[in-house]
Design a protein around this ligand. Structure first.
Ligand code: PBG
Ligand code: ZN
Length: 310
């Protein structure tokens, strides 16, 4: 009877599995702060995607670790960067897998910020509008490589409109945009920044990511992204932001995604490794909570385990 009356439980069809792609061959570096997660070269990343597909996972979110970084982050729109190559390989070998690509610059800039920086009276700030041009180029190169969905995570004002315009101008009218709409400046991204080698060299991301003390702003951000043409909006992180997920569910009638982030994964893994919690039970409880709050799509590093558990 409990199964009968459970409201829309999450299933494997709701999950998106993140994946970090790096240069080289036969590379499989475990990320110390994210046990069970790896930086894979494209060959091994493809094998991983094939295994996931066999387990019923239908969507992946690709992040790249480029060979070289520069001030502008130009490797982000290179046709032979890891994300672009892997997207092409997945679409030719596992065509039923939905390929979502993270569109940002922090993995590609030498300073680690999500866009080019400029000196404003001695203080370095990210140039919002210059970043929009780069995000347009990134989106087009990812779509050309085969991405089905482009996911801008830079939190620049106008990023969805800029990407939609750039995609349409190149004929990629069917490429969807999943917008990181309400992305908070969170301490829970630490392990990801180890994984993607994307921590800012100086300063923080508080001039572009949201302040968790200002939750109403999430509604504005989501509405702006909807108006700019987003196809899916996202809340990030997930577990500590269930109120934001529920609030956005009530005001925007687009599919809603929630990103259960690296720090949330690391906390559960560490406690489970100590035998302090039951990993499977805790993960299932979290994923149900995120779903209950109103998320249609859940991006989680537990996707492979959940494919077995759900
Ligand atoms: C980059 C990006 C980040 C995450 C996704 N895209 C990190 C950041 O903003 O520093 C975090 C994902 C995670 O912690 O799992 N813009
Ligand atoms: Zn970024």
């Amino acid at each position: 009877m409990r199964d009968m009356i459970a409201q829309s439980p999450p299933g494997v069809q709701n999950l998106v599995a993140p994946l970090f792609a790096c240069e080289g061959r036969d590379v499989r570096n475990e990320i110390p702060s994210m046990p069970g997660q790896y930086q894979f070269s494209c060959d091994l990343a493809l094998e991983t995607v094939q295994r996931w597909a066999a387990k019923g996972i239908r969507a992946v979110l690709l992040f790249g670790i480029p060979a070289g970084k520069d001030e502008q982050g130009s490797a982000a729109w290179s046709a032979d960067a890891p994300v672009q190559r892997l997207a092409g390989m997945i679409k030719s070998q596992v065509p039923e897998m939905l390929v979502i690509t993270d569109a940002c610059l922090c993995e590609y800039t030498s300073h680690g910020h999500c866009g080019p920086i400029r000196n404003n009276n001695g203080k370095f700030i990210v140039d919002n509008d210059l970043t929009l041009e780069s995000l347009g180029k990134i989106a087009v190169s990812q779509a050309r490589a085969g991405a089905d969905v482009v996911a801008p995570s830079a939190m620049m004002d106008g990023q969805v409109a800029a990407i939609r315009k750039a995609l349409d101008a190149e004929g990629f009218t069917d490429t969807a945009v999943m917008a990181y709409s309400a992305k908070f400046a969170s301490a829970l991204y630490g392990p990801f920044r180890d994984a993607a080698q994307s921590a800012p060299r100086q300063g923080d991301r508080k001039t572009y990511q949201m302040d968790y003390r200002s939750p109403r702003q999430a509604v504005l951000e989501a509405q702006a992204d909807a108006d700019e043409g987003a196809d899916i909006i996202m809340v990030k992180p997930a577990g500590a932001y269930l109120d934001i997920i529920a609030a956005l569910r009530g005001v925007v009638n687009l599919p809603l995604a929630a990103y259960h982030v690296s720090g949330e994964y690391a906390c559960i893994k560490a406690a489970a490794a100590n035998g302090w919690i039951d990993e499977r039970a805790v993960v299932l409880e979290m994923i149900h909570a995120i779903r209950r709050a109103g998320a249609d799509v859940i991006i989680t590093y537990f996707a492979e385990d959940l494919a077995d558990w759900l």
